[in-house]
Design a protein around this ligand. Sequence first.
Ligand code: RIB
Ligand code: CA
Length: 344
Amino acid sequence: MPLPAILDVDTGVDDALAIVFASASPELELRGITCVAGNTELPDVVDNTSALLTMLGRTDVPLAVGAVRPLLRAPVGRDNAIRHGGHGRGYAGLPPTGAKPIAADASQLIIDEARACDGELTLIATGPLTNVAIAARREPRLPELVRQLVVMGGAFRCPGNITPVAEFNIQADAEAAKIVFDAFRGCPRRPLVLGLDVTYQVRLESSSIEEIASRAGDAITVAPGSEAWGAPGTPLVAYLVDALRYYADWHLDAYGFYGSFMHDPLTVAVALDPTLVTTSAVAVDVECRGELTTGQTVVDWDGVWDIEPNVDVALGIDTRRALEQVVERVGAATAHAAAVHPDA
Ligand code: RIB
Ligand code: CA
C-alpha cells in the first residue's frame, strides 16, 4: 500500500527536486503539499510549488498555504534568495500556476490528514519547521497521529551552512524546531532527521543532470559559464534546468563544484527507503538564544542530560544508491512530463 504523505516545502531549487521525486514515487500517496516561507518569500514558494504540480500533471494534490514568517524571529525574506535565485527558482521564469491553493491553511491540512490517516501519515519537512510547530501546538496528539516525521534540517557533527554552527531550515525558525523536537519526544517513532552531515555527501553533477534531461528526450550540456545548457522540450525540464543552472553557479562559488547538493530530494528518498541511511538515536535540543549559536542543533552524544533520545539522526548515507534513486525518480517524472506535454 502506498504511504500517505504530506510534503512541507519552502520551494527553492532542491525542494523542486523533492516535489518532482515525490510525484514520481508510486510508493507515496501525496495527500498534500504545504508551503512555508524560507528559501524565498511565501508567495514565491506557493507559485513555484503550484507551477511544478501543474507541469507534473498533479493538480490533484491539495496545495496549502502556510506560514508567511517564522513564529517569533524576523522573516528570512530574500536573504536566502541568493542561494536559490531571487524567487526560489534560479534562472527559471514562472510557468503557468494552474494548481490553486485549498482554503485550509497548511497546519490545518496537516492536522486533518493526520487525523484522517490515523497513525499512517508520513510528514516530510524540507523547509523551516514553522507549519509543523503550529500544527503540533494546535493538535497536541499530532506526534501520535503521525506515522513518522522526516526532516531535512540540522548540522549534528558538521559545520552549519547559514552560520558556522547552524543549518538554514533550523536556524530560520529555531523556536519552531525546538517546539517540534520537544513535541515529538516520546512519540512511537522518533523523527528521522537528515542534517548536512549526510546531505553534504551526495552531489548532483553534470552527468546526472544530463541523464535526467535525457530521460525526457532532451540533450543538454551542463558546463560552467554557459548561458544555457540546451533547449529542453518541456516546461518541466526547462524549469529544472534553469533552476539547477543558477544553483550550480552558486555551488561553484560557495563550495567549489558545479552542481547541486540534494538536501530535499534525499529526504523524500529516505522517507521511502530508510535503509539508505544509518542513524543514531540521540537527545537533541535547539539553541534559541545564542548570539553566535542560535539555530544550532545541540546533541547529547554522551547522555549527560540523562533524558530519552528524541531524534534519529542520520549519520551515514549510501551515496551511490541515494544518487541513483534521485536520478531515477526525477528522470521518470521528466519522461512522464514529456509524454503528458509532448507538444510543450
Ligand atoms: O540547508 C538546506 C536546506 O535549506 C534545504 O532544505 C534548502 O532547500 C533550504 O531550505
Ligand atoms: Ca528546502
